[in-house]
Structures are given as C-alpha cells and as structure tokens.
Design a binder for this molecule. Structure first.
Ligand SMILES: [Zn+2]
Ligand SMILES: [Zn+2]
Length: 254
C-alpha cells in the first residue's frame, strides 16, 4: 500500500482586511478522499469553489470565532442550501455554537438555518479529532479570544501545522516540533503595530518559532500584501532559509 500524501491548498492568505483579489483565512487540507476546510473567512468560499466541489468536503473546522475566520460560513451554507446537499460536520471551538447562533439571529437568517445545514459540534481542544483519514491535534494559541493551533497527520511522519492567530507561544512551537510544513501567521510587522504583538505574530517571530520547532517548510500567511517583501525577508532571516509566502490557490504537498 503506497503512502497517500497530505495536500494543503491555500484558499485565503489575507489578514482581517482581504488583500486585493484575496480572501481572509481559509485552507483546504486533503488526504485521498478526505477534504477538510480549515477556517472560512471572508472570500474563502469563492476561492474554494475554484478548487473543489463543495459537496466533497468531509468537514469544516474553525480555529476561533473571529470574523476573518468564520464569516464565509454563511455563503458556504447557501452552497448546501441551493445544492440541496446533506448536512456537513462543522467543528467549532468551545463556546463557538452560541456565537454562531447569535450571529445568525443578528444578521436576520431564519432561526435554525445554520443548524440544518451544518452538523454543529464543538471540538475538545484537549483531545485529538479524527475525520476519516486525518487526525487533528489542537493546542491553544495566545490571542484576543480563545484560538487553537492545529496539527494534521495521517499516521505517517509527515505533519502539517497551522498556527491560526497567535502571539509567540511555546505551546505552538511544541505542536510544530519537527513538522514537515508549518503555516504561521504574520498579521503584523513589528515596527508598524507593536501593541498588536500580544495577539499576533510578526514575520520575524513567525520565523523564529519555525526555526525553534525545526520545521521543514515555513509558509507565512495572514499577511498584508503591501508588506510582502518585508515579510519574506524578516521571516526568512529568522528561519534561516527562504520561506514560502502563502497565496490564494497555492498548493503544497506535506
Ligand atoms: Zn483572530
Ligand atoms: Zn485572523
């Protein structure tokens, strides 16, 4: 039996303000027939539909309840509604269901609309989550609201780690230890918004964390396109080798 690779497709590499033509946080993690949508920020569903048919999704996992990580659940729900598709598992962080229900009410959707489209569940960040061929491990990051970094694997020694939104975190470094591919955010540049460092990584810190964790490939994501060159330079210097700047549509084998 040959090994089946885990594949990552970047659906949204933008921060809270989408880059021109881009989308906020969203990633497709696939292994064979298993397809996980990880985060679903503004614009992600548009890009997702250029990559796969929505009906092929095995599950959706949301790292934390910030708009740039879940607002496109509404357009995604319409894909299921208009397509008359069976409900798909949606894994939210603890407390996420109440936020989603309040959101649904606030924007004038029918009560229960999202619960009919999605099989709503809250994951236990202390336990691994298995979805078909993939296993997900969680660890809390350091962010303004509870946010969870994730490690994806399929039983081989190839692992993919996603930081979600976090400031420097030894726990996330530990989760990323020896990862084949790490996807780390760089929502701020140190010299520009120092106060925001408590909840986000700058490019240099993202590079340092990846270097400390000994990851193979570092993909830097969630960065403002206007900072592209500085992000690549700062992260690469700290990581000790060139980094990959995530872009919408980019696909990489773990
Ligand atoms: Zn956030
Ligand atoms: Zn974010």
């Amino acid at each position: 039996v040959g090994r089946i690779d885990v594949e990552l497709t970047v659906l949204g590499a933008s921060p809270a303000l989408p880059n021109p033509g881009g989308a906020s946080a969203g990633y497709l993690v696939q292994e064979g027939e298993t397809s996980l949508l990880v985060d679903c920020g503004h614009g992600v569903v548009s890009v997702l539909r250029t990559v796969i048919d929505v009906r092929e999704l095995s599950a959706i996992i949301i790292s934390h309840m910030h708009p740039d990580h879940y607002f496109d659940l509404v357009p995604l729900a319409y894909a299921y509604f208009f397509g008359d598709l069976p409900p798909v598992p949606l894994y939210l962080p603890p407390g996420g269901s109440e936020i989603l229900y309040a959101f649904e009410a606030a924007i004038g959707l029918d009560t229960g609309f999202l619960a009919r489209i999605f099989k709503l569940r809250q994951y236990d960040p202390g336990a691994p989550l298995s979805v078909e061929a993939l296993t997900v491990d969680f660890t809390p990051g350091k962010h303004f609201v509870p946010a969870y970094a994730m490690r994806f694997h399929n039983g081989t020694d190839r692992t993919l780690v996603y930081s979600s939104d976090t400031a420097y975190s030894p726990l996330v470094v530990e989760l990323a230890r020896g990862a084949s591919v790490a996807v780390f955010e760089s929502a701020v540049l140190e010299y520009r918004r120092p106060a925001e460092r408590e909840g986000h990584l700058d490019a240099r810190t993202a590079g340092e964390m990846a270097q400390q964790a000994g990851v193979g490939v570092l993909l830097v994501t969630h960065y403002p396109a206007s900072d592209r060159d500085a992000v690549a330079r700062e992260a690469g210097k700290a990581f000790g080798k060139p980094v990959v700047l995530a872009r919408e549509g980019e696909r990489i084998t773990v």
